[in-house]
Design a protein around this ligand. Sequence first.
Ligand SMILES: [Zn+2]
Ligand SMILES: [Zn+2]
Length: 178
Amino acid sequence: MNAADLPFFRYHPDPVATGAVREGSEECARCHRRTGWMYTATFYTAQDVSGDFCPWCIADGSAAEQFDGDFSDTYGLDGVGMETVREVTRRTPGFRSWQDPHWLVHCDDAAAFLGEAGPTELARYPDALDRLRADLREDGLRDPDELERFLACLGEDAIALLFRCIRCGTHLAYVDAS
Ligand SMILES: [Zn+2]
Ligand SMILES: [Zn+2]
């Protein structure tokens, strides 16, 4: 089965590119099928889960339901509807990061996670860079030279996590540091 046949996740449109889903011949811990694709990122549950899930058991909510778990935390999902929160946390692949991963919000909806971005990728998204600069200034990085140096070094001790608003298309990012 090729990647085009994977279920579509509007809040995580290319989980193979982000590394959240990879090719793998293991059995899914929920449906026990070997679909050829396995989920690799976070799942928070108090129960024992032996192995990983196939993307289909994420998409239909059955993995989250059976193990009463979440793929992502609700942190960051302020001002979006309960249905959206459930879709992101229980029916969308999460992602790994150094700090607790969280979802960005734009136009009152969760944004789509596009993956990690270094300086080269970020240069293509001035809208995301503007927001990053504003956030970093707010976090105390006031010296403009220092701020630009920090952005130029993304990919080393810190990385930007890139999102795109599914409503207006604006790109957003936040910094994840080790
Ligand atoms: Zn499955
Ligand atoms: Zn928007």
